[in-house]
Design a protein around this ligand. Structure first.
Ligand code: SAH
Ligand code: SF4
Ligand code: F3S
Length: 440
């Protein structure tokens, strides 16, 4: 069958699509690059906020017109498939099958039975599936940076979050298979790997009941040792588990990215408690100081939710205050979106009016824009090692790449080529990008 894969959501979902492609190619199917050539569309979905789901529903309905022209099966994969299960096929009648994140090995079997006309759902969650033996097919990548999924699931049960329900129990993948995948990528010419998990710093692998456990700092040490020429990044860390030991390992290896994504969610202790985040503002700020102590040049980025249940104006201002205190280099900012069946949906009231959520979100966005610009202005004059990724969108004469802090730099191409490390002096900036020139 000719299959077309479409992916929404987080990096883990993109990594999963590469596993899906691998499973399907092995079973004799083809992945095509144009939707028009497809006999089956696989939509790997996200359920994190209501608007993520609405987007997928619009897409599914839009595909109806293609289905009227020729036979085209639609399969929904990922977190929305897991959350809604076969109910999704009742609500969206043109969906032929749904497959949850732990059931992708069943895809070949499901595809082989499509012509029978029976609609199928495979949504069992697993306690041990990690797809460790599957070599992902790198889809649409640049051949320079790749994701390695090191764990699956999450059981932190933040009160607003659907992930523990869509991805199941937390489980780690064996360090041997992770290091081997990193080595293989380096052999193929990759220069950067990003280790992925919903909560990477609780990574833990135990070799049998008596064996020693491998923790996240130890795993980082192993992956960073594959080659000093290969950068290692990771996402996402939970503030409650950010240990000094990890920071020490990072500081020891120049090829571990100087960038920590540390989602804070709110700057107020009462709200953090309601969110079930297991840390306080004081704890969080202590972790930020620890990062700066070990790596003064480390960038820090975050996620935040505006207008969580019962958040007052003053509590919102605490979030703004925290943003100023930390001085984030980048932030993903969201309005609270009620997710059915979560603790917040069952026990708390979504009582901040939508227009108030919107206004609070806009205030955070505006402040973060100022902070990012101030941070970037301080970069002017500094020289960074940049991993070149490709041609700039704005001009063919310019290249772009990122430094170890994960900031994008744009510069005149000179003799540089994608995949190279070059030295770039920062000469200007916007809030999102650093402009620079090659240092000879
Ligand atoms: N595992 C990561 C992030 C997972 S989801 C972590 O714990 O940090 C990515 C981000 O989506 C979250 O950090 C949070 O800011 C946001 N998010 C999750 N559920 C949400 C909801 N119900 N409404 C709005 N934003 C949400
Ligand atoms: Fe969701 Fe919290 Fe798990 Fe992140 S740590 S995926 S926010 S439950
Ligand atoms: Fe979305 Fe699932 Fe990722 S809900 S954010 S695709 S884990």
């Amino acid at each position: 069958m000719n299959l077309f894969l479409e992916t929404y959501g987080c990096q883990m979902n993109f990594a999963d699509s590469e596993v899906v492609a691998s499973i399907l190619l092995k079973a004799g199917h083809q992945v095509v690059e144009r939707l028009e050539e497809a006999e089956c569309v696989l939509i790997n979905t996200c359920a994190i906020r209501d608007n993520a789901e609405q987007r997928v529903r619009r897409r599914v309905r839009e595909l109806q017109s293609l289905q009227q022209q020729h036979r085209l099966y639609i399969g929904v994969l990922g977190c929305m498939a897991e959350r809604l299960q076969s109910q999704l096929m009742v609500e969206e009648e043109n969906v032929a099958f749904v497959v949850g994140p732990d059931a992708y090995r069943r895809l070949p079997d499901i595809l082989s039975r499509l012509d029978n006309g029976v609609r199928q759902a495979a949504v069992d969650l697993s306690t041990d599936e990690t797809y460790a033996d599957i070599q992902p097919v790198r889809l649409g990548g640049n051949g320079i940076s790749a994701y390695i999924s090191i764990m699956r699931g999450c059981q932190n049960y933040c009160s607003y979050c659907v992930v523990p329900y869509t991805r199941g129990r937390e489980r780690s993948r064996s360090p041997q298979t992770i290091v081997e995948e990193a080595r293989e990528l380096f052999r193929q010419g990759y220069k950067e790997v990003t280790l992925l998990g919903q909560n990477v710093n609780s990574y833990r692998w135990c070799d049998g009941p008596s064996g020693n456990a491998v923790t996240f700092p130890e795993l980082m040490e192993q992956v960073a040792s594959v080659s000093p020429m290969m950068r290692v990044c990771f996402a996402t860390s939970h503030p409650k588990d950010l240990s000094d030991e990890l920071l020490q390992v990072m500081a020891r290896h120049a090829n571990i990215c100087r960038c920590i994504h540390l989602p804070v969610q709110s700057g107020n202790n009462r709200i953090l408690k309601l969110m079930n985040r297991h840390y306080t503002v004081e704890w969080y700020l202590d972790r930020v100081s620890a990062i700066r102590r070990y790596m003064p040049d480390c960038s820090i980025t975050t996620d935040v939710i505006a207008g969580f249940c019962s958040e007052t104006e003053e509590e919102h201002r605490d979030t703004l205050k925290l943003f100023r205190q930390v001085g984030y280099d980048y932030a993903y900012m969201f309005k609270y979106s009620l997710r059915p069946d979560t603790y917040a949906a069952r026990h708390l009231r979504d009582d901040v009016p939508d227009e108030v959520k919107t206004r609070r979100l806009e205030e955070i966005i505006a402040l973060q824009g100022e902070i990012a610009l101030e941070n970037n202005r301080r970069e002017i004059g500094r020289i960074y090692e940049v991993l070149v990724e490709g041609t700039s969108r704005r001009s063919k004469e310019q290249l772009f790449g990122r430094n170890s802090q994960n900031k994008v730099l744009v510069f005149d191409r000179g003799a540089a080529v994608p995949g190279n490390y070059v030295q770039v002096r920062v000469t200007g900036c916007t809030a999102a990008t650093l402009l620079g020139e090659l240092v000879k």
